[in-house]
Each structure stands twice: as structure tokens, then as C-alpha cells.
Design a protein around this ligand. Structure first.
Ligand SMILES: [Zn+2]
Length: 446
């Protein structure tokens, strides 16, 4: 494997345990791992000049539904609340085929890569027309991003009092069998793994209590992580209290859905007792500020969660509720939204970047990612701060205040995925053309 030497970063934001910031520093990468950090390093390696740049760890996306990049800005869903929004979109998603899943995943991942993301999870919870989790796994492998796909599921259809149409739900036995199949086929527990599979029933309002419990048992038996949506908005809390007689935190705890191997998306409405429960058990949270704003869900108590010690990462959420998928812009939104609720000192640009890097890596059970430290995986984002977005900045390292929203270079496991602003592993124009054609077909079918 090529050895790379990043030479002379204006600012190196390491996000290491001491949160060191180095000036004029080099980073030596070898075999997918960061070998050395320092000034004027000597090595037999391909040199990449990063002067004029801020260098950060690759950003980590902890929550996404990549398939939704084919349903951005659907008119009838633009101004709806969560449950109404789902009811507009379910019939469109029911038409998806393996080609829709693969193409939309590539679009979502390419957008993430250009915005600094080196590791993304995905939550795919509907499987119409022969679609399978590996449609997205192949898409990620082709681009070269580190991927954490989760086998999602819905089992309670409308005829049983659930929200999704019956055509999008699956029998619970089939769901568990397919979880085992995809874990056995694709999950790689190695330290440099580019694919770790998780188990992820969609939400407490689309699967049974029994499936939640069995999914947790299965995940622990296989040594994989658990993920779902939790406490997203007021309707969600009301549903939990009416159907289960308790708040979502209690429901999660009763079914084995707390612990360092579990992360929940949103958690906008966690109360003080639930925050304490998550902190005590090491249960992670995927904070999705744009989606929460877009769907009017509220402001997640992220500052309180972090003070209590809850592991918090960042997620763009699906492109039907964002509708962008730019991860560094999402980090800026996280910073701004805490300030709306708590004042200008509630979250700094550096803290939001920390959540977006090592915070997310820890939530996904990958502490070897998300920081630039000797021995860490070589996942690195290079931001050119010599352009218009940073011109006049007194502190270019405060990247989320004034800085570019796309990377110059992106390195994943020691390989260049983006160079000079261009993805190296696919033809982006051809991909956009394919995605546009598929979206137009879906519109024509309405
Ligand atoms: Zn989601």
C-alpha cells in the first residue's frame, strides 16, 4: 500500500486525547494507519502538499437513510410533520428496486465524501422488490468510504395499527434470518474494517416489542451494534406513552436497548432521567440538527447530554428530511442550534467539530477512527482555506464559522478518495445523470 506524507498543514486539528492543534505539521500514513506526526518528517513516501490547508480527522456520519437521496424536496412532503411526511413518502419508496438503492446510496455517499466524511453509517429499513442491504454495501465499497450499514426493518403494517403500508413490512422471522445472513456475509470486525454491519429495527412504532428484544439478543450474540430512532418528537413520546405505558427511555431499557453497543437517532425529547440513563450505560446518540429543524421536531439537549457524559455523534439523517447531506454544514448547524437554545457560549466551532469526528467514531464503536493520532486509522480531511469562504478569517481552524463546505482531499484507510475536489473512484457526472433519470421515472409514476 502507498505511503503518503501530508506536508506542512497550516493547522492540524488532531482531535487526539489532548485536542492538540499543530502548526506547519506533517502526517505520515502507511498501511492504512497514521505512523508519525511532526514537523519536517523524513520518509520515503508520496508527498501531498497541504500548506494553505486545515487538516482534520475525517468526519463521521452516525445516521442516514441513503436511499432517500432519490426523494429530496418532494413537494407534498416539504412542509409536513414526521408522521404525515412518512405517509407521503412510503408509497414512493415502495417502488424502489436494487438499482434505486445502489444509485441513491452512491449519490448520498459521494455527497458525504465531498463534505469531509470518511465513515458513514446507514439505516436501510425497507426492502421492496428484491432490494437487499448489499445494494448499499457494494455502493460504498466502490467509492471507498468506511461503511457501517445497518439491517433495518418494519414489521407492523397499517392493518395492525402501525404507520407503514402493509406492502413495506416483513414477517419478523424473515427479518431476523436476513440479519444473520448479512452479518455472516459482510461484517468485518478487524481494526481496519471498511464494513461493519449493525441490527436496526426502524423505530418503536414500526416493529413489535418482541422483535426489539430478539434483535438485541441477536446483535449481542453476533457482537454487532444496535441502532434505531428514539424520542424524535412530541408525537413519538405520546405514542410511546399510549401504546407502551412508558417513555421511550424506559421502553429501550426494558428491551435491552441501552449500552455502549447501542446508539439511538435523534433523542430530541430525552428528559433528565433518560439522559442520566444513557450516560450511565454509555448509550450513544446520533444528533441530526437539520432534520430536527426541517421536521420541526425541536432542539435536542446536546449540551446537557455531553455534560452528563452521553456519547454524542452527528448525523445528516436521510435526504428526504434535510434535504442536503453535507456533513460539515451539519456540524455548523449543530453549533448554531445549541446557541439558539442556550446562548452563544453553548457550543464552540471546535466542540461541534469534535462531535462530528471523534464523537461520532466513539458512538459507532470505532475509537480507532475520528482522530489524528499515531496508531489511529488514516481517515483524514484536507480543507483548503485559501479560498473565498475563508478570506479574511482570523482563525481558519474555526472551520465551521468561516470555511469551505467541501474538501480539497479526502483520505480513507490511507487511500485518496477525493483529490483536488474530485472523487477519484467514480464518474460523478454519470452518477448524477443516472440518479436524475431514476427520480424523473418515480415522479412520472405518481
Ligand atoms: Zn432517520
Amino acid at each position: 500500500m502507498t505511503r503518503l506524507l501530508l506536508r506542512g498543514a497550516d493547522h492540524l486539528l488532531t482531535m487526539d486525547d489532548a485536542r492538540r492543534e499543530l502548526r506547519g505539521a506533517d502526517v505520515l500514513i502507511d498501511g492504512g494507519v497514521i505512523r508519525e506526526i511532526g514537523v519536517a518528517l523524513r520518509a520515503d513516501a508520496t508527498v501531498i502538499d497541504v500548506s494553505g490547508c486545515v487538516v482534520t480527522p475525517g468526519l463521521v456520519n452516525t445516521h442516514h437513510h441513503l436511499y432517500q437521496s432519490l426523494t429530496r424536496a418532494v413537494p407534498a412532503a416539504q412542509d409536513a410533520l414526521l408522521f404525515g411526511w412518512l405517509n407521503v413518502l412510503y408509497p414512493i419508496w415502495a417502488r424502489f428496486t436494487p438499482d434505486h438503492m445502489f444509485t441513491s446510496a452512491q449519490v448520498g455517499l459521494a455527497e458525504l465524501a465531498l463534505s469531509g466524511c470518511t465513515l458513514s453509517s446507514d439505516h436501510l429499513y425497507l426492502y421492496p422488490n428484491g432490494t437487499r442491504l448489499e445494494d448499499t454495501i457494494h455502493a460504498a465499497a466502490e467509492i471507498g468510504l468506511r461503511f457501517q450499514p445497518t439491517r433495518g426493518a418494519m414489521s407492523i403494517g397499517r392493518s395492525q395499527g402501525g404507520l407503514p403500508p402493509d406492502s413495506l413490512v416483513e414477517p419478523e422471522g424473515d427479518i431476523l434470518d436476513d440479519c444473520i445472513r448479512v452479518i455472516d456475509a459482510f461484517h468485518d470486525p478487524a481494526p481496519g474494517s471498511l464494513c461493519r454491519v449493525g441490527v436496526a429495527p426502524c423505530s418503536p412504532f414500526s416493529v413489535s416489542r418482541d422483535l426489539m428484544r430478539q434483535a438485541a439478543v441477536l446483535a449481542r450474540d453476533k457482537g454487532v451494534m444496535l441502532h434505531t430512532h428514539l424520542a424524535e418528537n412530541d408525537e413519538d413520546i405520546a405514542y410511546s406513552q399510549e401504546k407502551f405505558g412508558c417513555r421511550p427511555g424506559q421502553y429501550a431499557q426494558d428491551l435491552g436497548w441501552v449500552g455502549p453497543d447501542v446508539w439511538h437517532a435523534h433523542c430530541v425529547k430525552l428528559d433528565a432521567a433518560e439522559i442520566a440513563l444513557f450516560a450511565e450505560t454509555g448509550t450513544g446518540v446520533a444528533h441530526c440538527p437539520c432534520s430536527n429543524c426541517r421536521l420541526g421536531s425541536g432542539i435536542a439537549p446536546v449540551a446537557a447530554m455531553r455534560r452528563a457524559g452521553v456519547p454524542v455523534g452527528l448525523g445528516v439523517d436521510g435526504s428526504a428530511s434535510n434535504d442536503a447531506g453535507n456533513l460539515v454544514s451539519e456540524a455548523r448547524q449543530a453549533m448554531l442550534l445549541q446557541r439558539v437554545a442556550q446562548g452563544a457560549d453553548a457550543m464552540s466551532a471546535r466542540e461541534a467539530l469534535e462531535i462530528a469526528t471523534r464523537g461520532g467514531a466513539d458512538v459507532l464503536g470505532r475509537p480507532e477512527c475520528g482522530r489524528i493520532a499515531v496508531g489511529a486509522r488514516a481517515d483524514i480531511a484536507v480543507w483548503d482555506v485559501s479560498g473565498i469562504a475563508s478570506a479574511g478569517s482570523w482563525d481558519p481552524a474555526a472551520l465551521l464559522l468561516a470555511g469551505p463546505t467541501t474538501v480539497r482531499d479526502l483520505i480513507v484507510e490511507g487511500r485518496e478518495v477525493v483529490r483536488d475536489g474530485h472523487i477519484q473512484t467514480l464518474d460523478l457526472r454519470a452518477l448524477i445523470a443516472r440518479q436524475t433519470a431514476l427520480a424523473q421515472q418515480l415522479m412520472a409514476q405518481l
